[in-house]
Design a binder for this molecule. Structure first.
Ligand SMILES: C[S@@+](CC[C@H](N)C(=O)[O-])C[C@H]1O[C@@H](n2cnc3c(N)ncnc32)[C@H](O)[C@@H]1O
Length: 276
């Protein structure tokens, strides 16, 4: 068994250990929310999120909380190891192993092997190279991102072509389920993928919250995407298809909200490499 499988096995064991007292689904959700906040607040410093973190923490004993720290440690170690061998959808695998998928939301994540084929079909190496030569990065849109497996396999492809994923790619993702949003955010953050993950409904284009990874912020992808849109508008008189509309003038990431901000900014699909 390789290191990554060993870490994964330990995670499943620790999470199942909670089942005597709690529903594992709720423990997993709490773990993902606390981990998402812990990672985000290293650079986001959001006091409301800090308060939410503490609210969740208070549901558990000190010993139980230590298990959450161990779990996050295992995620960090496993993704570090995966980056040196093969990028994997760690949290999606653990989620599926624990049988936590919500059937009403069609929550079955694509197996890694299939996601790799999809990444191959979505964009050839030549197309990726051409896009990076033109604008220094390639962008991907994943409107039903789940845990982010398609994003992760795409990042592996960009890395295998010899590019720096922190500078040469970016991702816009969305999911209706907050646990999925945060699984995707956590994995993008730990793989170093510049990503902006929205929580909301991609069918109605209503989004509540947004989670930007530190690489998205550090390499200024908010402006790069806006500039790209402006250049394109200036360069073309072609009548465009109706674009997908997403909220991107968004609020700071606040968990669980249905009544929040509904601003809209247009993200043009034509120039995106859509993966889903
Ligand atoms: C079949 S899973 C696929 C996830 C991911 N694309 C993959 O290949 O593993 C579908 C995902 O879509 C999300 N979803 C369902 N309806 C949605 C909607 N209206 N807007 C955004 N996400 C949605 C679910 O929460 C779930 O994570």
């Amino acid at each position: 068994m390789d290191k990554v499988d060993e870490y994964k096995k330990q995670m499943v064991k620790l999470l199942n250990g909670f089942s005597r007292k709690y529903f594992v689904r709720e423990v997993f959700r709490d773990f993902i929310q606390m981990s998402g906040i812990a990672l985000y607040n290293r650079y986001g410093c959001d006091s409301d999120l800090e308060e939410l973190f503490n609210q969740i923490k208070r549901k558990y004993t000190q010993d139980e909380f230590k298990d959450f720290s161990s779990l996050l440690g295992l995620v960090i170690l496993a993704i570090q190891a995966a980056k040196e061998s093969e990028y994997i959808d760690l949290l999606g695998d653990v989620f599926m192993q624990l049988n936590l998928g919500d059937e009403s939301k069609d929550q079955y994540f694509t197996p890694l092997s299939i996601a790799k084929i999809l990444a191959e079909l979505t964009a050839t190496g030549e197309a990726i190279k051409a896009k990076i030569a033109e604008q220094s990065f390639v962008s991907v849109l994943e409107p039903t991102c789940g845990s982010g497996v398609n994003i992760i396999t795409f990042a592996q492809k960009v890395a295998d072509l010899g590019y720096d994923i922190e500078r040469n790619m970016c991702v816009m993702g969305a999911d209706i389920d907050l646990t999925c949003v945060l699984m995707c955010y956590i994995q993008c953050e730990l793989y170093g993928i510049p990503a902006k993950i929205l929580h909301g409904n991609s069918a109605t284009n209503k989004y509540h919250t947004v989670w930007r990874t530190s690489a998205w912020v550090a390499y200024n992808f908010e402006n790069k995407i806006k500039t790209k849109e402006k250049i394109k508008e200036a360069d073309t008189d072609v009548v465009k298809e109706e674009p997908l509309v997403m909220n991107t003038e968004d609020p700071e990431p606040v968990l669980i909200s249905s009544s929040q901000i509904d601003n809209q900014q247009k993200i043009d699909l034509l120039e995106q490499l859509a993966l889903f």
